[in-house]
Structures are given as C-alpha cells and as structure tokens.
Design a protein around this ligand. Structure first.
Ligand code: CA
Length: 521
C-alpha cells in the first residue's frame, strides 16, 4: 500500500464512522475516491465521520451505537472523544437469554502439540519447578533461594524449563473471613497446582500468617517438611515453615528450600514431552493497550483462532468484565443455556456494584493510551474487545478466582487490568494470547504469552517483542482468516516447545497480582 493512498476501515455497513489506516494519519483536505474530504487532520487509527450529523445523533461503529454527537459535525470531521457523549450501559434485567445459541461447529481433528502429561490428565506447556508461598513476608527469601537454584541446581537438569516463585502481596493483614477474601485465596490455590508445575509444588509458609497452607490448598494432603528430614516425593505438596524451631538462621532456611528443590528437580527432569491433542489446551485471551485498530485486526483474528481452538476441543477463556459490560447484550443470546446467560449477568451486576462501592463506574476504564489510539470510550473499547470471543456458543461462566472446567468458550470474570487478569486466568490456562495496539512487553513466567499487535507500525518498531502482526489485515496484505490460522499454528508450536515467544526469549515475566476485592486490615 502506498502511504499516499488515503485508506480507511469501516467495520459494519450501518457505521457512520471509519478509522484512518495510513501511518502518520491524513491531513485536512485529503480526498478519498468516493468523494469524502477530510475537514480535519486525523491521526492514524482515529475516526472520521462519514455522513454529516447533528447534536444528539448516534455515532455507530461495529453496527452498534458507541455514543451520541454533542454538536453538529460535517462529513469528514475528526470524531474525537470530547465530541461524543457516553451512552448508558445495557440494562441487565431484560437481556435475551440463550435465544441464539450457535450450533456446534464442525470438529477440527488431527492438531496436536507436544506437552507434559500430568496425573490428572492435564498437559503442561512448560516443565517448571514451582515454589509457592502463603504470604508476602517470605517472598524475598524465596526469591533469594530461586536465584541460588537457577545458578547452582538448574544447569544439571536440562529437561526442566525453569523455576518459578509464586509470590504475591496477599496472605496477612487482611480480613481473611470476609467474602471477598475467597477470591485471592482460591486464585493462589489454583495457581499453585498449575499444569505447568507438574502438580506438586513446594509451599513456603512463614508460620504466623493468616492464610494457612491448608486453607490455600483445601482438600490437598500436605506433607510437613521438617528441618532435618528429606522429603519422600509424591504427588502431594510439601510445606516448609520458616519459623520452624529446628531451622537455625537464614543459611539453614535456604539450605532446606534448596534440598527440597533438588529432589523435585530430579523428578521433573525425568519428564518428556509427548503428543497431546489440541483439546488439552486452555487458552486465556486478553487485550492491553488497545487502540481503534484492535477491534478490526488483532481481536477478530484472535476470535478466528478461538473458533479453531473450540472446534479442536480446547477451552478458550475471555475475561475483563468492564470490557464486556457494554457488549453483554451481544453475548447473552450466545449462551449455551439460560443458566450460563444468567451467570454472565450476575458477574456484570457484581462488578457494577463493586465499582459503585468505590464511587467509580465503567467510564474509568479507558486509559490515556487507549484514547491516544483513537478509542473514544469504553463502549467502543468493549465492542472491539469481544471480537476476541469468536462466534461459538458461550459454554461456561466462571466467577472471580474460580477455575474453568468446560471445553469450548468460557467467560472468566476478572478485572481488565492486564497483570490482574493474567494472574486470574492462570488458575486455568496453559497458554495466554495478548493483543495490543499501543504495545506492552507483558509476559508471565507460568505460561507462554503470545503477543499480537493491532498495527504493523508497532510490530515493526517492536520487532523483538511482538510475535504476530495482525496490522496486515488493515492494509489488505492478509485476511482475518490468514492471521487466525497463523496464530492457531503458532499457539500449537509454542505449546509444544517448538517455538518460543519473545516474552520467554527475554524472560519478561510480570509479578503475580491476585484480585483482592476484600478488606485489608
Ligand atoms: Ca487487559
């Protein structure tokens, strides 16, 4: 595409705005082939008004009303954030429930990846030593031990991909019996038994904290690792308590962690990758640093790949309540049954109330970067965001801190905050897909993070951070199907260890950040 040819993308025939594709934007006076002339200079990925309108007229994108003009504007005007009034969110009490459940799509067979089989039938996409913690107090000690393990032990165990400290800010100084406390506690429990850890982490506890190991891992047989004893390894986690009377000084504490780690590394090192059907994947989808291209390039391509994964029998999760709230009327009809639809509405209502208690609302969602990228408000952001969810039936809704158990498309309630959403999705996912327009070097230690850019200029500038460039869809160089298939195959390659994401190449791993809606004391 010549940069001189003016180019715009209109998503839906009903839309009265389109976004400008040309890098650097287009100057006022630019004429399109169909006669539209720009009244204003419009940056790339920002909206142009296609037909003149009056104050109060709807602004339509994705075939949906994203707001109303607050003044008269001519065709060719730049439709900026401050010219659009935010409409009310869809009412939650009269939504269609499972009225248009999509029929099951043709199964897609024959796609596999090489994974690490676990005793419970799940498959890991990595083979990691996990050291989990019950409280932030022990985090620096565990981090110190991890550095020693990496330097002194790991080189002897070539089949182990790494060691991960599951550290966090939770565990004490909290109202542990408040209803909201269940969210971080369940989250940490699920993450501690992540498929990529092979089932049995070492649990490091302080001893006096509110979050007891048996509360974090209910129903799990915990073995107490005494100061002097060497563990007999089994599938059950070990608990090492730093305040153990038998441990003298920091040296003995670290030595005890290293001793347990070494035994576990011997076990993990014997594991081999073996073929697994694509149905053993649980893929979490998320966007961060979105722009106005996200909803026409990367998110629809991810949606296409999501449909392929669902057809292959995998679980695909989308999340981010505040980015689903304004598109909920498009999702409740797609629910597999009325109960699933009602569960989705329950999660929307819970979050409305949560935001209300903090005297915030959904208008708090878009960031300055989103707005710089041409997203005027949360409605426009949400309509682009749910494109990630593809077209299949919504099979399950999981509450904050829960674990996805159904195959197919699942909504997991999480905040939209990148690192909190990623942490919550780690309760279930063994691979993460992250779309971005503005760019984020985000990554996770526990699961590979595949990053997809909304525009080619980002993929070129961050050539060693972005894994897949979906910007080619806007320029016409590739179709949504092309990039969807490319992503699907890339996911299988990464899950099977044949390719590495850029985030893993550089070791870019964000800290875990469980959602805590409960009170802190
Ligand atoms: Ca996000």
């Amino acid at each position: 595409m010549s940069h001189l040819t003016p180019r715009r993308v209109q998503v839906h025939a009903r839309d009265n705005v389109a976004i400008i594709v040309n890098p650097g934007g287009l100057p006022a006076g630019t004429a399109f082939d169909d006669g539209l002339v720009l009244r204003d200079t419009i940056p790339q990925s920002h909206k142009v008004l296609l037909r003149g309108g009056s104050a109060g007229d709807p602004v339509v994108r994705y075939g949906e009303v994203i707001g109303h003009l607050n003044r008269d504007l001519d065709a060719g005007a730049w439709v900026r954030e401050d010219l659009i009034d935010l409409p009310g969110a869809p009412a939650l009490d009269d939504l269609p429930l499972a009225t248009a459940t999509p029929a099951a799509a043709d199964p897609l067979t024959g796609f596999t990846f090489e994974g690490y089989r676990n005793a419970d039938g799940s498959f890991g996409t990595k083979n990691l030593l996990g050291i989990t913690t019950t409280v932030q107090c022990v985090a620096p000690t565990v981090d110190y031990a991890v550095r020693r393990i990496q330097a002194e032990l790991l080189p002897r165990f070539p089949n182990v991909d790494g060691v991960v400290a599951i550290t966090h800010s939770y565990g004490c100084g909290v109202a542990i019996d408040a209803p909201g406390a269940a969210v971080p506690i369940q989250t940490l429990g699920h993450i501690s038994r992540h498929a990529n850890l092979g089932g049995a982490p070492l649990v490091v506890s302080l001893g006096c904290e509110k979050l007891r190991p048996e509360r974090m891992l209910p129903g799990v047989a915990l073995q107490r690792a005494g100061a002097a004893s060497l563990p007999v390894l089994s599938s059950d986690p070990y608990v090492l308590t730093l305040q153990d009377q038998g441990l003298r000084g920091f040296g003995e504490i670290v030595a005890a962690i290293l001793r347990h780690a070494e035994r576990r590394l011997e076990e993990l090192n014997r594991r081999q990758r073996q073929p697994a059907p694509a149905s053993r994947l649980t893929v979490g989808l998320q966007c961060g640093g979105s722009d106005a291209f996200s909803g026409v390039t990367c998110n629809p391509a991810v949606g296409y790949a999501a449909d392929l994964l669902v057809r292959a029998g995998a679980t695909v999760m989308f999340s981010e309540v505040t980015e689903v709230r304004d598109a909920v009327h498009l999702l409740t009809p797609r629910a597999a049954n009325r109960d699933v639809a009602l569960s989705l509405i329950r999660e929307m209502r819970w979050y409305d109330e949560y935001l209300g208690r903090g005297q915030a609302d959904r208008s708090a969602n878009p960031t300055p970067g989103n707005k710089r990228g041409g997203l005027s408000n949360v409605v426009e952001k949400a309509l682009g965001s749910v494109a990630k969810a593809g077209t299949t039936a919504l099979n399950q809704v999981v509450s904050h801190g829960g674990r996805a158990t159904a195959a197919g498309l699942v909504f997991m309630a999480t905040p939209a905050s990148d690192f909190i959403c990623g942490t919550q999705q780690l309760t279930s996912m063994n691979l993460h897909v992250f779309t971005t327009g503005e760019g984020s070097p985000y990554g996770l230690a526990l699961a590979p993070v595949v990053k997809v850019s909304s525009r080619t200029s980002l993929a070129e500038r961050w050539h060693d951070l972005i894994d897949i460039d979906a910007g080619r869809i806007a320029t016409g160089e590739a179709s949504i199907e092309d990039v969807g298939w490319e992503l699907f195959r890339f996911i299988l390659d990464v899950a099977g260890g044949r390719r590495k994401t850029w985030a893993d190449h550089w070791g870019l791993h964000n800290a875990l950040s469980p959602f805590n809606p409960g009170p802190v004391t």
